[in-house]
Every structure is written in C-alpha cells, then in structure tokens.
Design a binder for this molecule. Structure first.
Ligand SMILES: N[C@@H](CCC(=O)N[C@@H](CS)C(=O)NCC(=O)O)C(=O)O
Length: 267
C-alpha cells in the first residue's frame, strides 16, 4: 500500500494515526501542499482534486479520509480475525463524521499572519500555472484548482467565514466535553477510531497556540488530551514534527523552500 500524505495535513494525520494504531505497513510518500507538490502532474492524474491523503493499493485508489480509515479498519480486522472482520460500531462512525464535518482550512488560514498567507497563496497560484503549462492535457483540472485558490483568497476577506468556523469548532468541542464526562474515550471505554479523528484537531488547535481557549477551558478535554498525546502513534505522526522546538524547525524548512523558489522564480 502507498500513502500520499504530509505531516502538515490534518486529514493525512488522521489516516496515519489509524495506520500506526492498527500496525499496518505502508510505503510513505510526502506531498507537501504548502510547496505545491500536490499540483505535480503525477499526483493530479491520480487525484484530480489535488488533495491529500490518497491511499493506493494496487489499482484501488481512495481519496476520502473516512473511506481510507474504514478501509484500514477492514484490513486490520481481516488480518486479526483471519477473514471474519467485524464492522465499526455506528457510534464510532457517527463521531468520525461529526469530526470530519469541521473543515480546519479557513480556521487555520485566519490564524496565520496575513503577510505569510498572501505570500504562500501567490506562490501556489504560480505553481499551478507552471504545472498547467507543462501538462496542458490536465488544464481543466488546473483551472479548477486556480479558481479554488482565488475563492479561498476571497473567503479570507470575509470575517463571517472565521466566525462560522469558530462556532462549528466550539459546538463540536462542547459535545466532546460532555461525552468525555461519561466515557474515557470518545466513543466508549477503549481508544478507537473516533479518537484517531479527534487528535489531529486538538493538535491543530495547539499548533495555532489556541489551547487555552479551546482545550484547557474544558476540563474533561484537557485531561483526555494529556492522556492521548502520550500514545506512541501521536509521537510518531505529530509530536516528532510539532512538539516544542520541532514546530519552528518544521515550519521554517518549508518557509525557506517557498522563499527560495519565489526569489529564483522557480515554480
Ligand atoms: N475530501 C478530502 C479532503 C482532503 C483535504 O482537504 N486535504 C487537504 C489537506 S488536509 C489538502 O489536500 N489541501 C490542499 C489543497 O486543497 O490543495 C478528504 O476527506 O480526505
């Protein structure tokens, strides 16, 4: 199995946590969306939306986060039960969808300094145009991606978009807080795939330095966060890139790449 993903991507983190937790081997390919690697023709041919993560198993290609995680679960169950795999409980699936409904994109973009956001957005538009020139047969997909980039820039001028994203996140975390008052993990007494979906959301909140407002203000959630971040899967997928001083190193490396390419006009 091949997984196209990146440590920065929230949806990639969800899938990688599932793979780690289930102990499934895969070949890892990094596709950094901030440097426009997801615009490369090879990747666009596989997934014309240009989004990560993508899981490929032979001719089977999946590019929906929840579908990928359910596929991983089926493989893990088949391996452990010798072919009589069980299915995920409806409670776990319900939580997975509830968490996936919150799109972190605008929330994260609004919390990045405007100067940096505009610089990266301009760089990415140039990458799209460069790739389109190299692969005119994929022009319609690239045009769509370019339109998406302009739409995103427009939305960032509208503070109502941030307000709605915040309201959605608060509602989700309030529900999580109530649930964690009843059970140790999100959908029961044992760690499960609903937790795998939630951990990257909490890590993103922390990366944006918003943990006081969104995590620590909810006592059950704060305790839960302290426990789940001790898991080896968290350390492998998120902690090793973003905990403490590593956060600066990881982000600086990508920022330098973008600055250098922009200065050299090498897209
Ligand atoms: N529908 C997809 C959405 C995945 C998604 O939004 N991926 C983001 C990263 S977390 C991405 O690839 N962004 C780059 C882009 O849109 O160009 C899923 O459920 O997996």
């Amino acid at each position: 199995m091949q997984l196209y993903h990146h440590p920065f991507s929230l949806n990639s983190q969800k899938v990688r946590l599932a793979l780690e937790e289930k102990g499934i081997d895969y070949t890892s390919y990094h596709v950094n969306p901030l440097t426009g690697k997801n615009m490369d023709a090879f990747f666009f041919r596989m997934n014309p939306s240009g989004k990560i993560p993508v899981l490929q198993n032979g001719s089977h290609i999946i590019y929906d986060t929840i579908e990928i995680i359910q596929y991983i679960e089926r493989i893990a169950e088949t391996v452990s039960s010798g072919g009589n795999g069980t299915t995920l409980s409806s409670n776990v699936i319900e939580w997975m969808h509830k968490i996936q409904e919150w799109d972190s994109k605008y929330f994260a973009l609004f919390h990045i300094p405007v100067k940096h956001r505009l610089y990266v957005s301009k760089f990415l538009r140039r990458v799209i145009i460069a790739r389109m020139t190299e692969s005119p047969n994929l022009a319609s997909h690239y045009h769509r991606k370019l339109k998406e980039a302009y739409d995103t820039d427009d939305k960032m001028k509208n503070v109502e978009v941030l307000r709605q994203s915040k309201v959605h996140l608060v509602k989700l975390l309030d529900e999580v807080e109530v649930q964690l008052g009843e059970t140790s993990y999100l959908a029961g007494a044992e760690f499960n795939l609903a937790d795998v979906m939630l951990i990257p959301v909490l890590a993103r909140v922390e990366l944006l330095k918003l943990e006081e407002e969104y995590i620590n203000s909810r006592p059950n959630l704060a305790d839960y966060w302290a426990v789940v971040r001790q898991r080896p899967s968290y350390k492998n997928v998120i902690g090793r890139y973003f905990d403490g001083w590593r956060r600066r190193k990881t982000l600086l490396r990508t920022w330098c790449f973008i600055r250098m390419r922009s200065l050299l006009r090498k897209y």
